[in-house]
Design a binder for this molecule. Structure first.
Ligand code: NAD
Length: 260
């Protein structure tokens, strides 16, 4: 058990990648705080984990709301005796060409991806520093932390920004044994991506199959989607790594779509 008795606060973990990380971390002995905008789904996900013998609670949180973030982190820390791992994962996608993007949608995207990362980091670091047992902060970036794609200006901007936040937290956290890293997945077939397929087909004037083959997976080495488990295994490596040797890094897991 690589994460025995570690406490993990995972945002956006009632669905997709975050939920898979919760499942994998629970199997490795972690106590899980499922933190999601969809409170009912968060509670239901925590119940699913508990049915497997894991310790978990589900909390409702909008990661753009400072009070809600602080309250949910406090609730989780009180339930399980602190916070050892933050997975800042909650996210959405909105696609338009820049000239059609509304300012409101731009701000919404930056708020969820960047303000959410900042607020959850601030709230969790407080516990990690006070506990004196180190910690691991993991941001869900994307290949779009390194590369751009058509129609995704605020997403690409925010995902690049997470690397800056990560590097700063890595420097500031080092003396407390707190590491910070970014995972950069390629396309994973979660609800977030399923929604984009018809939207992109419409905007680009091509079929849904063409969106998958010629847009999403075009640059991969084998035409394959990355899986939620692929991403969860990278999260496990970052979370379980014992020293500051692995900090300030961003790791791409994308079937070779982006190579660095
Ligand atoms: P998903 O839609 O399956 O899950 C996202 C979860 O975030 C949902 O449960 C949703 O309720 C929650 N959420 C949304 N807004 C929130 C908010 N304001 N506060 C709290 N929770 C909120 O999506 P996913 O594909 O699992 O995406 C998770 C993360 O992975 C995102 O940051 C996304 O950008 C990133 N990512 C996804 C892919 C992919 O291809 N799916 C690739 C690279 C990166």
């Amino acid at each position: 058990m690589q994460l025995k008795d570690k406490v993990a606060y995972i945002t956006g973990s009632a669905s997709g990648i975050g939920k898979e990380i919760a499942i994998v971390f629970a199997k490795e002995g972690a106590k899980i705080i499922i933190a999601d905008l969809n409170k009912d789904a968060a509670v239901a996900t925590a119940e699913e984990l508990k049915a497997t013998g894991a310790q978990a609670i589900g909390v409702g949180v909008d990661v753009t709301n400072e009070e809600q973030v602080n309250a949910s982190v406090e609730e989780g820390a009180a339930a399980f005796g602190g916070i050892d791992i933050l997975i800042s994962n909650a996210g959405i996608q909105i696609v338009h060409p820049v000239e059609e993007f509304t300012f409101a949608d731009w701000k919404k995207m930056l708020a969820i991806h960047l303000d959410g990362a900042f607020l959850t980091t601030k709230a969790c670091l407080k516990h990690m520093y006070a506990q004196g047992r180190g910690g691991s902060v993991i941001y869900m970036g994307s290949v779009h932390s390194k590369e751009a794609s058509l129609l995704k200006a605020p997403y690409v901007t925010a995902k690049h920004g997470l690397i800056g936040l990560c590097k700063t937290v890595a420097k500031e956290g080092a003396k407390h044994g707190v590491r910070a890293n970014v995972i950069c997945p390629g396309f994973v077939r979660t609800p977030l991506v399923e929604k984009q397929i018809p939207e992109q087909a419409k905007t680009l004037g091509i079929t849904e199959q063409q969106v998958i083959k010629d847009v999403m997976l075009k640059e991969t080495v084998d035409g394959e989607f990355t899986t939620t488990d692929d991403v969860a295994q990278v999260a496990l490596m970052f979370a379980g790594f014992p020293t500051n040797a692995l900090t300030g890094q961003s790791l791409v897991v994308s079937h070779g779509w982006f190579m660095q």
